[in-house]
Write a protein that binds this ligand. Structure first.
Ligand code: C5P
Length: 220
């Protein structure tokens, strides 16, 4: 039924972590595997979309038939996603973007000093929110990981970032979210309406996500 249903559409997906370098050999990052975003890119490709996948450092190989852009920092992710999103109809932000970067990354390796050190961090731009401010007719999808008050917080994020919906997950479920092959998510809209999806493979989550995005797009 879904065979080639996204033909003629451009889909942009971000995936993986970002790295925020403190000096040439040290960075702040997180354990995002990239699996969720790669699954979205592969499903969109198989349904006929032209897909750009912007990914931070992950061990996954480039999916065939997908335009892959490898980046490291949040600022580089922003440049690549904003550029690719210009002529896209669906943008899915699965990337675990670091919230902060070094205010001034050292150009030389920092030597160890006696006692405590202080690192001055500055906030990264919120890429999804930026896309939300110039949304056009695009469908914008985000992900959120919460440890508590998930639906409320995810609805707040969808509203603030002007995303059509957010897929909420929790870091605590074994075999899901960070690194796992499965995911258990709740779709949350800005108005607080939500539906919990059963635990399933990331590929099946990708399929349902794109079903919903395609439905919303068809109404525009
Ligand atoms: O606010 P929070 O980081 O929980 O929001 C998660 C969603 O926002 C994800 O879709 C993530 O890719 C996106 N995001 C972003 N830029 C940031 C932080 C998060 O696009 N700086």
């Amino acid at each position: 039924a879904r065979d080639q249903d996204l033909k003629g559409l451009r889909v942009v997906v971000s995936a993986g972590p970002t790295r925020e370098y403190l000096d040439p050999v040290r960075f702040i990052s997180n354990p995002s595997s990239g699996k969720m975003g790669f699954a979205v890119a592969e499903d969109a490709r198989d349904r006929g979309a032209a897909v750009t996948l912007v990914t931070g450092p992950v061990t996954l190989p480039d999916p065939p038939g997908v335009q892959v852009v490898r980046i490291e920092s949040a600022l580089d992710l922003r440049d690549a996603v904003v550029k690719a999103a210009r002529d896209a109809q669906i943008v899915v932000m699965t990337a675990a973007v670091a919230d902060y970067r070094a205010a001034a990354a050292a150009t030389e390796k920092q030597a160890k000093v006696a006692g405590d050190v202080t690192i001055h961090l500055t906030p990264n731009p919120d890429i999804l929110a930026e896309l939300g401010r110039e949304k056009g007719d695009r469908v914008l999808v985000g992900f959120a990981m919460e440890t508590h008050a998930g639906v409320e917080r995810a609805a707040g994020k969808a509203a603030r970032k002007n995303a059509d919906f957010i897929l909420l997950n929790y870091p605590t479920q074994a075999g899901t979210a960070f690194g796992g092959d499965d995911n258990e998510v709740t779709l949350v809209r800005a108005d607080g309406s939500h539906e919990a999806w059963p635990r399933t493979s990331k590929r099946e989550v990708a399929r349902r996500l794109l079903d919903e995005a395609a439905r919303l797009l068809a109404r525009r």
